[in-house]
Design a protein around this ligand. Structure first.
Ligand SMILES: Nc1nc2c(ncn2[C@@H]2O[C@H](COP(=O)(O)O[C@H]3[C@@H](O)[C@H](n4cnc5c(=O)[nH]c(N)nc54)O[C@@H]3COP(=O)(O)O)[C@@H](O)[C@H]2O)c(=O)[nH]1
Length: 822
């Protein structure tokens, strides 16, 4: 930089003084009214020594010619010819002559330019001044003055002096027999002296055999002799403790040209790279950048792949690929050539044939002077397996291995998308197991789990083609089946029910359950996942309502019912908050004395718009939404409070739902109701149905015993309508059995009803339990019941349930010995 600056300053100071002189002469020769001065007035007469520096250029029809040239100009042009085209002379001169003359001619003013020419290895700078003139023959002549500036410099010196590589020319010294015996430094640059750590003056003319620097060693001498003897070139390195020099030698006859480069930093980088490469725990290799041939591998790669180093070095990286991926070699080679192999996810084969999944990271490097790619390999086989396991777990049910709800919905959405583009129609089946809860409660959860696994196995076996079965949770399953219409779907569902209902052998236990199925068809019953699932679920609800083991198709009317039910749920919550419930009481008549012994408390909902709504309609809904718990508490408190106002000995019977038992604070609630009302416990009767003993039997039995310990009485309601009533009587010592009104209704007409009433009454007698007959509407029924030994009756024959305000009247009517039947 500083050398260049000095050079340019020198050039500007040496500007030739003749140029302003010539310009003034040109100006003085310009006569008034002329656009150009006459050639003779400018160029002839007083030019003197300058005449040798002038070339006369003629513009001949657009072609510029050298018409005359002085000796100096001829030397510059290296051409003595006249009347030749400017373009015919050497390009470095022709270019500047053309530029200067053309500018002068077009501006009609003198034009100065500069030419840089290389002459004898020297860079020389010339001033060129073009003076446009007119001639008496009418043509335009350009007198062009050329002169060299004093500054010039040696091109090779300039190059050699600025490079950091040393350059030395050695002359071969031969002995009398002509054999090379030594070398003498005949030329060197600054960098050479610095690299050899010698003053320049000591290096110049130095003979290598004199010793004193690294080139004098026998190894270097031997290589120089070799190069001189056979011609050509050689390259080798000199390594010492503190640095590494790379020498390039080339013989031109007896002259040897030598370049010396300090490669210490490069060597250190290479050493660090080798260390990082060889000792790296990550498998690494170096590939040829064009062919993907493996050029080097580290120990980690040998260990990981199980190949020997020799094997790998004969391989191409594609040889690590499993056969399935060979088709992509061309593409990969192209990408490799484009430097696009930096991050890739692929499979590799180990020496033992096993496949691994790898991530490869590539980076272009120069390896042994050639284009290479450094490839680092990360084995992600385990990670991929773990990801696959997690993905599987996220989409499958852990117990049965069936797809879970999320997977099912994704698949359904996908199938519906395909269906939308004209593919097959499909059916969504919601499947619920009947009696599963009973098995689970009776045999325990481990058995229940194995049963679910067996169910899943049977389901899987029934799924063919693209059909899919999933477990949505609990004992709820679903299936997507490709079916052509309702008939086919119905047949499939019926077959499924029959398969799932066949007895199961679980650990030597024969278990029998059933299955109910709701079906929604696409596109008829819906085109979205949510719609189809919801509708299939509604159809399932209907199938369940029909007692199970059946399938039902979705019908639009179900949707309306579901809407009605949602309205009811909402209405119920509101009604409870706004105290729209009230209690009515139905007398219980002692058959022997014909007087009221108590009242059954029955809940009523006085709806502001719809009037009185039956509990048969709203209690199941209240149970489903859990409202029965607070509502039941209110009933208990209210009934006890009311009964406490009645004459001593008159009892109150309150119905309890199985859901209230599930809440687990029932005993507490009863105790509080009694305490708050001061009602004697023995005046409270709690009516339960067998559903309480069907579910969570042990816990519910424990609750019943606790209630009994409070002193309250426990009645079994709707006796005879369930499955195994007799075993319930054994499991808990009930105080009362209520004979369902369905048996009382046809008592006179049907002998089976009479037989049942007789059996229940007999059972009551022998167990010393009161038997109450419900739904007594006629005197005839009352007579039959009395004859069969029934202790208590209840029914419209005496009174329907009436508001609390009417109890006094009822007591007056049916108190003491008075009764309607009496
Ligand atoms: N968990 C609770 N359940 C309750 C409560 N209040 C009532 N219920 C249950 O709702 C079901 C329907 O009750 P309801 O409409 O009140 O019907 C009762 C009587 O009105 C009816 N009955 C009485 N005598 C006759 C008759 O001569 N003929 C006839 N056709 N029906 C009659 O029977 C129902 C009483 O049944 P039961 O409870 O089995 O004694 C019903 O199951 C109620 O249990 C509540 O607060 N909690």
């Amino acid at each position: 930089m500083s050398a260049a600056k000095t050079m340019s300053e020198k050039i500007s100071n040496d500007l030739f003084d003749d140029i302003p002189v010539l310009k003034r002469k040109w100006q003085a020769a310009l006569k008034p009214g002329q656009t150009l001065p006459r050639y003779e007035d400018v160029m002839l007469g007083s030019l003197g020594r300058l005449a040798d520096h002038i070339a006369v250029l003629k513009n001949d029809g657009g072609v510029l010619e050298i018409s005359r040239s002085g000796r100096y100009v001829q030397h510059w042009l290296q051409d003595e010819r006249w009347d030749i085209a400017v373009a015919a002379v050497s390009p470095d001169c022709a270019t500047v002559l053309t530029e200067a003359a053309s500018s002068a001619l077009s501006s009609r003013q003198p034009h100065a330019a500069t030419a840089h020419c290389v002459r004898d290895g020297m860079v020389r700078t010339y001033d060129v001044l073009a003076l446009p003139t007119s001639s008496r023959w009418g043509s335009t002549l350009v007198g062009t003055y050329i002169n060299e500036r004093s500054a010039q410099y040696n091109l090779l010196d300039a190059i050699f002096s600025t490079t950091d590589d040393g350059v030395i020319s050695l002359a071969t010294i031969r002995d009398s027999a002509g054999a090379p015996r030594d070398f003498q430094v005949v030329h060197h640059n600054r960098a050479a002296a610095e690299l050899l750590r010698l003053p320049s003056s000591d290096l110049q003319w130095h003979r290598l055999k004199q010793g004193g620097h690294v080139l004098c060693g026998p190894d270097v001498m031997a290589r120089l002799f070799e190069v001189v003897a056979h011609g050509g070139s050689d390259q080798f390195e000199l390594d010492s403790d503190d640095r590494n020099l790379r020498l390039g030698v080339h013989a031109f006859g007896d002259i040897v040209s030598m370049t010396i480069a300090d490669v210490t930093a490069l060597k250190r980088r290479e050493a660090s790279f080798r260390l990082l490469f060889d000792a790296n725990p990550m498998p690494m290799c170096i590939l040829d950048g064009k062919t993907a041939q493996i050029l080097n591998v580290n120990d980690a790669m040998l260990r990981h792949y199980g190949y020997s180093r020799a094997d790998l070095l004969c391989m191409n990286v594609w040889d690590l690929w499993p056969p399935g991926e060979w088709g992509a070699v061309d593409d990969a080679l192209t990408r490799l050539a484009d430097g696009d192999l930096f991050h890739r996810d692929c499979r590799h084969c180990k020496a033992d044939g096993s496949e691994i999944e790898v991530l490869t990271y590539g980076r272009e490097i120069n390896y042994d002077g050639r284009d290479g790619v450094l490839m680092a390999i990360v084995d992600i086989t385990e990670r991929r397996r773990a990801e696959a396991r997690i993905a599987y777990m996220a989409h499958h049910d852990g117990l049965t291995g069936l797809p879970n709800r999320e997977f099912f919905q994704q698949r359904l959405a996908q199938e519906l998308d395909e269906a939308a583009s004209g593919a097959r129609p499909l059916a969504v089946l919601c499947i619920d197991l009947d009696l599963f809860k009973t098995v689970n409660d009776s045999f325990g959860h481990p058995m229940g789990d194995r049963l679910l696994q067996a169910v899943a196995g049977r389901l899987k076996q029934q799924m063919h083609g693209g059909n899919l079965a999933a477990r949505l949770g609990g004992d709820e399953f679903a299936a997507i089946v490709s079916q052509d219409g309702a008939d086919e779907s119905g047949e499939f569902a019926a077959r499924l029910i029959s398969v799932l209902s066949a007895p199961y052998d679980i650990d030597g236990n024969e278990l029998v359950i059933g299955a109910s199925i709701g079906i929604a068809l696409s596109p008829l019953d819906g085109t979205s996942c949510e719609e189809l699932m919801k509708n299939a679920d509604m159809a399932l609800y209907r199938a369940k309502q029909h007692g199970g083991r059946v399938h039902r198709f979705f019908e639009r009317e179900m949707d309306l019912q579901a809407q009605k039910r949602r309205d009811m749920e909402h209405d119920l919550r509101r009604a409870f908050a706004q105290a729209e419930f009230e209690l009515h009481y139905q007398p219980l008549i002692d058959v022997a004395s014909n007087i009221i012994s108590g009242f059954e408390c029955l809940l009523r909902w006085r709806h502001p718009d719809k009037g009185m709504i039956s509990p048969a309609e709203f209690i199941p809904v209240a149970e489903d939404i859990g409202l029965i718990v607070p509502l039941g508490e209110w009933v208990l408190r209210e009934a006890c409070h009311e009964a406490a106002t009645w004459p001593d000995g008159i009892k109150v019977a309150v119905n309890l739902s199985a859901v209230q038992f599930r809440s687990r604070n029932l005993v507490q609630v009863v105790m509080q109701a009694l305490a708050q009302s001061s009602l004697a416990p023995e005046r409270l009767e709690l009516e339960i149905t067998e559903s309480i003993l069907l579910a969570e039997t042990d816990a519910n039995l424990a609750t019943l015993h606790q209630l009994r310990q409070l002193g309250v009485r426990i009645s079994m309601d709707d006796f005879g309508t369930g499955y195994s009533s007799l075993s319930y009587l054994r499991s808990f010592p009930f105080d009362k059995i209520k004979i369902d009104r369905s048996f009382v209704k046809d008592l006179a007409q049907r002998s089976d009803c009479l037989a049942i009433v007789r059996a229940i009454s007999g059972l009551g007698r022998s167990l010393n339990i009161i038997t109450t007959a419900e739904g007594v509407e006629t005197s005839e029924q009352l007579d039959w019941l009395r004859a069969e030994g029934c202790n208590q009756v209840q029914g419209y024959l005496f009174s329907a349930a009436r508001p609390a305000a009417e109890i006094a009247g009822l007591l007056a009517r049916f108190g003491a010995r008075s009764s309607k039947a009496a």
